[in-house]
Design a protein around this ligand. Structure first.
Ligand code: TXA
Ligand code: MG
Length: 340
């Protein structure tokens, strides 16, 4: 299949809408990461997403809507907690898991009785809906297992020949995937951290949001994740990454011992590269989760492009937006974390 890469102007977006409505898949920008969209009510179309990505069939997809009226039939009800969260954070980088409605196809939900819904804020997605896009299922536009793409070129590297159209809408602003919160049970549970933080959602809900155990550590053998996506090796570059927890001085000392081996790189914060004895890729400002989220996936891809084999990574904080960064980075590092 020939893959077209078009600017996300009026003609490009119109073409994407037509393909979507014909049951094709298209890659589009969102404010979090790029996604591969298919009509959420069309099982044959949604199957094409799984094929193009090489994604396991038991990992459910998020359904994207343009306004609340579009949720009709996709969810069985909009629970009061979802209503509050939607009012506060939609359109924006947050997905709410709600009881499933009859219009979503089985392929989207992967056998669950719930469905994830998100209303993106990206101007290209808003225009996509204005020009007639139907509610669409969309995972991140990477090959299953590799870092999510935050620009059209990275989508092209993974997806060339696997789908008919990629819309280029520039760089994704947030850089990590949406926050996923479930309100389908008795208590709200954070399933995947993102730009909208646990603290922000607690302030809106006026109650505690539970943390799914898979977020900050590896699941124990046989444990079933609440969010199926959390069990897969994810975001992983080809290099072996180890996160080193400690001060910059301790980090530099540790790296020095390995500095004479080939292919050793560091993934560090802006400005720290001057103090480290091996080549470095940076991923944002120390203590600033927003800038780290924006840079992380591009930095992971850059390490591969530069041929890094062994990577030592500086550790982000565990709260606020940094929680999302740590959650992605420990997966990229296959949970190798060393306390210095
Ligand atoms: O920012 C985003 O959310 C991007 C853009 C394209 O919108 N999409 C995205 O989709 O990250 P994906 O498929 O890469 O991640 C969806 C996550 C997975 O971890 C999946 O297991 C979880 O959401 N998920 C989806 N539906 C679920 C459900 N009903 N219950 C629990 N988890 C669910
Ligand atoms: Mg993904």
């Amino acid at each position: 299949m020939k893959t077209e890469l078009l600017p996300a102007d009026h003609a490009g977006i119109q073409k994407a809408v037509e393909l979507l409505r014909q049951g094709e898949i298209v890659a589009i920008p969102t404010e979090t990461v790029y996604g591969i969209a298919a009509d959420a009510t069309n099982g044959t179309a949604v199957k094409k997403i799984f094929e193009a990505k090489g994604r396991p069939q038991d990992n459910p997809l998020i359904v994207h809507i343009g306004d609340l009226a579009m949720a009709e039939g996709l969810v069985a009800e909009i629970p009061p907690r979802a209503q509050k969260l939607a009012e506060a954070f939609w359109p924006g980088p947050m997905t709410i898991i709600m009881p499933r409605g009859p219009r979503v196809c089985d392929e989207v939900c992967a056998g669950l009785d719930s469905v994830g819904i998100r209303m993106p804020s990206h101007p290209v997605v808003r225009e996509f809906f204005r020009l007639g896009a139907v509610p669409f299922a969309a995972p991140s536009a990477n090959l299953s297992g590799s870092p999510s793409p935050t620009n059209a070129q990275d989508v092209f590297s993974d997806m060339n020949g696997r789908l008919p159209l990629i819309l280029d809408g520039g760089e994704s602003q947030v850089g990590v995937e949406s926050t996923v919160i479930s309100v389908a049970g008795d208590q709200p549970v954070l399933l995947r951290p993102g730009y909208i933080t646990k603290e922000q959602m607690e302030a809106v809900l006026g109650e505690e949001v539970l943390l799914s155990p898979a977020i900050l550590e590896k699941l124990k053998e046989g444990e079933r994740p609440r969010s199926p996506g959390m069990k897969y090796k994810h975001y992983a570059p080809k290099a072996n990454i180890t996160i080193l927890k400690g001060s910059l001085a301790q980090f530099a000392d540790h790296v020095k011992k390995a500095a004479d081996q080939p292919g050793v790189w560091c993934l560090c914060f802006d400005g720290e590269e001057k103090l480290l004895p091996v080549p470095c890729v940076t991923y944002g400002i120390k203590g600033d989760g927003v800038s780290q989220a924006h840079e992380l996936f591009r930095s992971l891809r850059e390490l591969d492009e530069r041929g890094a084999q062994t990577v030592y990574a500086r550790c982000p904080e565990l709260d606020g937006v940094s929680m999302a960064v740590y959650n992605r980075l420990i997966r990229a590092a296959a949970f190798r974390v060393v306390e210095l």
